[in-house]
Design a protein around this ligand. Structure first.
Ligand code: F6R
Length: 241
């Protein structure tokens, strides 16, 4: 079930997302599923400010959705690096409570271990952005709805979308390791945030389209508790009553 909120702009989206997350973090011992990319940057900024004013992450543990294959933790475009820069190094979280799948080593083992950890540590909330092609995590169009943690070949449109962070398209990795659809669907609550025109089609499909593996975000129609926070542009194609 979706609860949809629409705000004028990215700042409004980030503020609402912050309020949802803050409520959860205030509960103390909680497990958060986190995302990278442009969408959560404003939310993370607000969480850092709130931490300075007393919102503690001491009992919080986190699991990130995904990581690029082949980038070391120190690579400035690895999601590990992103998460430390945007959030973890600025708040009082215990580094041992921070989890991301590793994009190096024996990936089958990494996937199996990450899956086992996710099963043992149910997510109180999973934060999601959405790809312009409807991907969630790096579950690209065509991914099985039964998928668990796995390695994916990134679609060309995803590599193009993400090329803005790299020196050139050639440097964007071809593969990533990601939570599967099943892992996302097990979260008690989902918070999906999106802004900008290039998300409008994916958002319309997610809310109104047929549930199908070609548009991974449509599976969220089957989740019982999804908060969707959009700016006007991302919401521009959805029907109004
Ligand atoms: C990030 C992730 C991706 C992004 C999506 C949107 O960890 O799994 O699904 O959420 O690609 O990215 P942005 O927010 O950069 O538009």
């Amino acid at each position: 079930m979706f609860k949809v909120y629409v705000y004028d702009d990215y700042e409004g989206v980030s503020q609402k997302a912050f309020e949802v997350m803050e409520e959860i973090i205030k509960q103390g011992k909680v497990t958060l599923g986190l995302a990278t990319g442009s969408s959560p940057v404003g939310l993370y900024k607000r969480l850092v400010e709130a931490n300075k004013k007393g919102l503690s992450f001491k009992d919080v543990q986190t699991f990130n959705l995904d990581e690029y294959v082949g980038l070391s933790k120190n690579h400035d475009q690895s999601y590990y690096h992103f998460m430390f820069e945007q959030l973890f190094k600025h708040v009082d979280i215990d580094v041992n409570n921070v989890h991301l799948p590793k994009g190096e080593g024996s990936l089958e083992e990494v996937a199996a271990e990450y899956e086992a950890m996710l099963v043992q540590n149910p997510l109180d909330i999973q934060l999601l952005g959405v790809g312009s092609n409807g991907h969630i995590g790096f579950n690209e169009p065509g991914t099985s709805f039964d998928s668990t943690v796995h390695v994916v070949r990134l679609k060309e449109e995803t590599r193009q979308d993400n090329a803005r962070f790299f020196k050139s398209i050639d440097e964007v990795p071809n593969f990533a390791i990601t939570m599967g659809i099943q892992d996302i669907m097990r979260a008690k609550q989902v918070l999906l945030i999106a802004s900008g025109k290039n998300k409008a089609v994916a958002i319309k499909e997610m809310l109104e389209g047929k549930i199908r593996e070609d548009v991974p975000c449509t599976i969220l129609q089957k989740h019982h508790d999804v908060i969707v926070v959009l700016d006007k542009e991302a919401a521009s194609l959805i029907k109004h009553d």
